[in-house]
Design a protein around this ligand. Structure first.
Ligand SMILES: [Zn+2]
Ligand SMILES: [Zn+2]
Length: 321
């Protein structure tokens, strides 16, 4: 099968990669489309030391099991379901987990991917393939309100103007009316204003400790120090993006201002699907560029271009045979 792999030579397209062999409880999914995310870009820079097939945001068709023939998306954490963490409901933190396209598990930038049966969710017909590719990051955005008491937040600011920032801002704006986004790219900031969200260019930002909630979606080591300059005493910083580089920062303000720092990762797929079905999110136009798997290099170049939002590999429609 065709696949895009990361190895010591970087990102490579393989026309003849070995097809995935499903482990017990896994089902082969024929990939329809898969999106490039910031994590893929970080992995390419060495984050997590991953090698293998990239890709964790996807929609496809299950080829066997109870969902055979259905259009599905898959949660990315593959857990053992037996360890104390799994048994206590913390499957996303299973000590023995693999993570699709991120950690010890081949991903979805390929014709096929192996996904645990229990991780799959059916995509209702009313949700398009373009929207379905965004279910994983939308679920991650919705995780914020699973972790903090969003109803007590008076005002919030999202740092970063990229893909996850956009979904996080949309998610938070459903509960918090006073929300701002700060970024560096006029083209990207304009996408937030479409949803009625106020934007500030980084150069114009007044650095005062004014915000109950600061969400760092910068994907950069500069995000956390900036968040500490903006969060109110007793406020909350949610760290939403991972970075390959190390942070060098004084954490004294966390103590002095009694700040809660919350790491936040994967979220509820069921809720993301339910809200999409109810038209509570406008994801139209967010897929801006499409490529065949063969065009891996071009696609990854485009994914860092400010004019791009979600860059997607159209896998099924570009199959050679
Ligand atoms: Zn992702
Ligand atoms: Zn486990």
């Amino acid at each position: 099968m065709r696949a895009i792999c990361l190895d010591q030579n970087g990102i490579q397209f393989h026309p003849d990669y070995q097809s995935p062999v499903p482990l017990s409880g896994e089902v082969i999914v024929d990939v329809i489309a898969a999106g490039i995310c910031e994590t893929d870009l970080q992995l390419a820079k060495g984050y997590m030391g991953f090698s293998g097939v990239l890709g964790h945001e996807f929609v496809g068709i299950a080829t066997s099991g109870p969902l055979a023939g259905a259009r599905v998306v898959g949660e990315i954490n593959c857990n053992c379901r037996k360890c104390p963490r799994c048994l206590s409901g913390l499957g996303n933190h299973c000590v023995d987990r693999t993570v699709v396209g991120i950690h010890r598990h081949d991903g979805a930038f390929a014709d096929q991917v192996a996904i645990p049966q229990t991780s799959m969710h059916i995509v209702p017909d009313s949700i398009s393939d373009d929207q379905a590719v965004l279910i994983e990051p939308l679920a991650a955005a919705l995780q914020i309100q699973q972790q903090i008491e969003i109803s007590s937040v008076q005002n919030a600011i999202v740092l970063g103007d990229g893909r996850l920032a956009n979904l996080c801002a949309q998610a938070i704006s459903q509960s918090v009316k006073n929300i701002k986004v700060v970024g560096k790219h006029e083209l990207k900031l304009a996408r937030f204003r479409k949803f009625g969200i106020e934007t500030i260019h980084l150069n114009d930002l007044i650095r005062e400790k004014d915000f109950d909630l600061v969400v760092d979606c910068t994907g950069s080591v500069t995000g956390l120090p900036l968040a500490l300059q903006l969060v109110k005493p007793r406020g909350t910083i949610v760290m939403k993006t991972t970075v390959a580089a190390d942070h060098v920062i004084s954490l004294a303000p966390v103590v002095i201002d009694e700040i809660s720092v919350v790491g936040s990762r994967c979220g509820p797929f069921d809720l993301a699907i339910e809200l999409l079905q109810a038209d509570r999110f406008d994801l139209s136009g967010l897929v801006t560029h499409r490529f065949a798997l063969e065009e891996a290099a071009k696609a990854f170049e485009m994914a860092v271009d400010p004019s791009a939002f979600k860059v997607v590999f159209d896998v099924m429609n570009t199959t050679a045979n």
